[in-house]
Design a protein. Structure first.
Length: 321
């Protein structure tokens, strides 16, 4: 384990978190697609101060991604429609994965797919590598077999993808949920029952911006996924509701830029947090989040982060482990 929950100083609050079999020294994961594998950020931040990095989602076959523009800045956030650009699992395993071996924090592979078989196939191959500590299942993809229904939005597909991935690895499996559903708690329960060790809540929110001069959508793809501060209240509510429905840990994410933002997620019931878009404006954001959470705990006489998880959520159903 690259990132054992070693407490450096027993007089400091314990910020460690256990997610399935994964032990993180810090409760901060860098969001998939927002951090590369960490090497782009290494000149600006000490990677040993992160809990872990979730890698960009990888698919069975190579993908060129969507037509540009792929990003659009909007008030308090951004829209993206990258289109899962990646080299495909063969080239990824051959070229890229070996580079992740010396990361001083956890490395979590992210799997995307367009059929249940894709999820099983890519998870099995990725999880078999020693450089990969855990797998996150990005189920916000359309299923080619059911007229493009999104896995994360369809209870049966969400269950099938989770079961298929669970069957091929004993490593920690995090299932990433989409907010683009009526009842996220229901999908969360289904993923837990299908074998997820943890849930990442939430992926981006569907959105669009229109260029009024060109009278066209600003993204080449038309619609995209909204991230950043704009989605934080949506994400906090999603965590709050999911935390009442499942016992497994939640990695809360969506618009976290500061310690106070992260605290909202912990108090709603998240055991760890993801930071994605926040890294684009402040490369030090993950370090500041940890420092601010530490100060908050000390100011309240708390010795462990887990003691405040779910504190604002009277029906919190999770385990504070
Ligand atoms: C440019 C960009 C690319 C992303 N790519 C992925 C991806 O490949 N897989 C995935 O599961 N999530 C992806 N996401 C979603 C983020 O990991 C994160 O869940 C989401 O943006 C909400 O968190 P944030 O507001 O902190 O960014 C991407 C987000 C952005 C902004």
């Amino acid at each position: 384990m690259v990132n054992g929950a070693v407490r450096v100083d027993p007089t400091e609050p314990d910020l460690s978190v256990r997610i399935g079999r994964l032990e993180l020294r810090y409760p901060t994961l860098m969001g998939s697609g927002c951090y590369g594998s960490g090497e782009e950020y290494a000149p600006f931040i000490d990677l040993s101060l992160l809990g872990g990095v979730v890698l960009k989602s990888v698919t069975r076959l190579p993908r060129l991604g969507n037509d540009p523009p792929r990003l659009a800045a909007v008030p308090s956030g951004m829209l993206n429609a990258i289109g899962l650009q990646n080299p495909g699992i063969d080239a990824y395993l051959e070229r890229d994965v070996a580079k992740f071996a010396d990361r001083p924090c956890a490395v979590i592979g992210s799997v995307a797919g367009f059929s249940v078989d894709d999820y099983a196939y890519v998870t099995k191959r990725l999880a078999a590598r020693d450089e990969i500590d855990a797998v996150e299942l990005n189920i916000s993809c359309p299923n080619v077999g059911t007229e493009g229904e999104t896995f994360a939005c369809d209870p049966e597909l969400a269950e099938a993808a989770t079961r298929a991935a669970r069957a091929v690895t004993g490593k920690t499996l995090i299932v990433k949920l989409s907010p683009n559903v009526t009842d996220i708690a229901r999908i969360a329960r289904i993923a837990e029952d299908a074998g997820a060790d943890a849930l990442a809540v939430i992926n981006t929110v569907r959105g669009m911006a229109i260029d009024v001069e060109r009278q066209r959508p600003r993204l080449g793809n038309g619609s995209g996924g909204l991230s950043g501060a704009a989605i934080r209240p949506i994400a906090v509510l999603a965590v709050y509701e999911v935390a009442q429905a499942v016992r497994i840990p939640i990695v809360g994410q969506g618009g976290i830029e500061t310690a106070r933002d992260a605290l909202e997620f912990f108090l709603a019931g998240a055991s760890a947090v993801g930071i994605g878009t926040g890294n684009f404006t402040d490369a030090q954001a993950p370090v500041k989040v940890v420092a601010g959470v530490r100060d908050y705990l000390i100011a309240r006489g708390k010795t462990r982060l887990r003691d405040i998880v779910g504190a604002a959520n009277p029906a919190f159903a999770g385990v504070r482990a």
